[in-house]
Design a protein around this ligand. Structure first.
Ligand code: PXP
Length: 240
């Protein structure tokens, strides 16, 4: 079975656009879980542009399925994670100016920092996954620093078309085989949507897909008619 981790960051993005209380990502997490989500994924970014620390704390006591915290290798956030003890932590690179996580983690270039973070999280009983580009040296380094899972970055695949997309799928498939050869769990995510997810789900031994933007984007649209009807009713109630 492949687990679906629903990333609810962008529910918080809508809330933060007004710095208000709605929509609450915790409510969204509950609805996602009721609909069959196997996990809830959030990225607590250093700049706190969407998910806030209190969201993660409330999710920890609300969500019954897997809670997966995406995080940078940073002292403050590592301490927070070790205290909170989410089921899983996914280490990602982070740059303030990026719109979203742009590339995989450079484990080869920051081996000591990543190894140290992995060790501390694992000591706290948290399963550690590393978000990597589908490159064998990075995957081998992930195994060496003690990670238990690798999330393959599907961003390049998602952006490619035609033959380039077929090539990106081949890269992901080969990288997936390397992840499994090293005895690590295979996850994938980033940029996946309703029309491109199936070939990634078909990669042998895929265990978890983390998908956010496409689900939140569709939720806004499939919920629009009902939301407008309910507002018309609320206005009409004032005239009755
Ligand atoms: N996996 C990781 C590691 C991510 O950083 C993100 C984006 O926050 C996702 C999955 C989800 O990507 P998307 O929102 O494009 O589905």
């Amino acid at each position: 079975m492949i687990e679906l981790g629903v990333n609810i960051d962008h529910v918080a993005t809508i809330r933060e656009a007004r710095k208000t209380f709605e929509p609450d990502p915790v409510w969204a997490a509950v609805l996602a879980e009721l609909a069959g989500a196997d996990g809830i994924t959030v990225h607590l970014r250093e700049d706190r542009r969407h998910i806030q620390q209190h969201d993660v704390e409330r999710l920890k006591t609300t969500v019954q399925c897997k809670l997966n915290l995406e995080m940078a290798c940073d002292e403050v956030i590592t301490e927070f994670a070790c205290r909170l003890e989410p089921d899983q932590a996914t280490l990602v690179p982070e740059r303030r100016e990026e719109i979203t996580t742009e590339g995989g983690l450079d484990v080869v270039g920051q081996r000591e920092l990543v190894a140290n973070t992995v060790e501390r999280l694992r000591e706290a009983g948290i399963l550690v996954s590393l978000f990597l580009d589908p490159e064998p040296p990075q995957i081998q380094a992930a195994a060496e620093v003690g990670a238990e899972a690798v999330e393959l970055h599907t961003g390049a695949y998602s952006l490619a078309t035609g033959e380039a997309r077929a090539r990106e799928l081949e890269r992901l498939t080969a990288a997936g085989a390397e992840v499994r050869r090293l005895g690590l769990l295979l996850h994938a995510g980033h940029g996946l949507h309703y029309r491109n997810v199936a070939p990634v789900a078909a990669i042998p031994e895929m265990r978890e897909l983390n998908i956010g933007h496409a689900i939140v984007a569709r939720a806004v649209l499939v919920g629009m008619e009902r939301a407008v009807r309910e507002m018309k009713e609320a206005i009409a109630a004032g005239l009755a």
